[in-house]
Design a protein around this ligand. Structure first.
Ligand SMILES: Nc1ncnc2c1ncn2[C@@H]1O[C@H](COP(=O)(O)OP(=O)(O)OP(=O)(O)O)[C@@H](O)[C@H]1O
Length: 237
């Protein structure tokens, strides 16, 4: 997916001015930036919910069709079980009931919720609810996943556990992904590239990360170095 010289303003507020960014198919672009710099706006333009004033969002071959959105809050149906929260979203993509059930169960297994499929959201912890939402995003056969600070409200241990779950699902079924986060550590653990919005010297500072995702460690010196560069860029932004 490519943002090509995209401009977007709300009244006098210019959020993007001739902004360009290329996300290689089936890679993860982490996006960090101070509050109000346009991260959610970027996701909305990627999803087609919002149309740029000028410029274009270009999808690569195989990226058209529906997108999966993962939000900070899991947005589950309170009256549906864990299973039906995933299965219900698949009716259009998988008209065959058996196939739909298999797909839902496959992803619920991958996020470790096989023993909780008959539970209702109110019976789950916040982390478990977010696992359901992750399973639902991946179960949907969309080529693009847009993530808006999905782990922000969780404690640090849970956050990194969920990040691991997300990476396992992603490795099993890679999709073009934009991952918005406030946390530079999350960004360097998960992204193939990290785009930092809002730095006055370089409005879309881009870092590429060459360490394979599965080999990344929170205390790896190269990642720590990159993280501190990001923190510096964010403080200057
Ligand atoms: N529908 C809208 N109408 C008017 N202004 C808007 C609208 N949507 C976003 N904005 C403005 O655009 C700017 C970017 O908003 P956006 O939500 O994309 O920022 P963000 O980087 O995601 O912020 P945060 O990190 O706080 O979620 C902000 O100044 C916001 O007030």
């Amino acid at each position: 997916m490519r943002f090509v010289e995209v401009s977007k303003r709300f009244g006098d507020n210019i959020v993007f001015d001739q902004f360009s960014l290329a996300i290689q198919p089936k890679t993860i672009m982490a996006v960090v930036g101070p509050s109000g710099m346009g991260k959610t706006t970027l996701l909305q333009m990627a999803s087609g919910l919002l149309v740029p004033d000028s410029g274009a969002v270009v999808k690569e071959e195989g990226e058209s069709g529906s997108v999966s959105y993962l939000f900070q809050e899991p947005r589950l149906l309170p009256q549906g079980t864990v299973f039906s929260n995933v299965e219900l979203s698949l009716h259009k993509a998988f008209p065959d009931k058996k196939e739909r059930t298999d797909v839902a169960m496959h992803y619920l297994n991958l996020v470790g919720l096989h023993d909780f499929i008959a539970y209702y959201p109110r019976q789950l912890s916040g982390g478990m609810r977010q696992r359901v939402a992750i399973a639902r995003s991946f179960a949907h056969p969309s080529a693009v996943i847009l993530m808006d600070e999905p782990f922000q409200s969780l404690d640090i241990k849970l956050r990194y556990n969920l990040l691991d779950s997300f990476v396992s699902l992603w490795n099993e079924s890679p999709r073009t992904t934009i991952f918005v986060t406030h946390d530079p550590k999350e960004a360097v653990l998960v992204g193939d590239s990290v785009c930092c919005l809002g730095n006055p010297k370089e409005p879309n500072l881009l870092f590429k990360i060459h360490i394979p995702r599965e080999a990344r460690n929170i205390s790896d010196s190269e990642l720590l170095g990159l993280e501190s560069k990001l923190v510096k860029a964010l403080v200057e932004a």
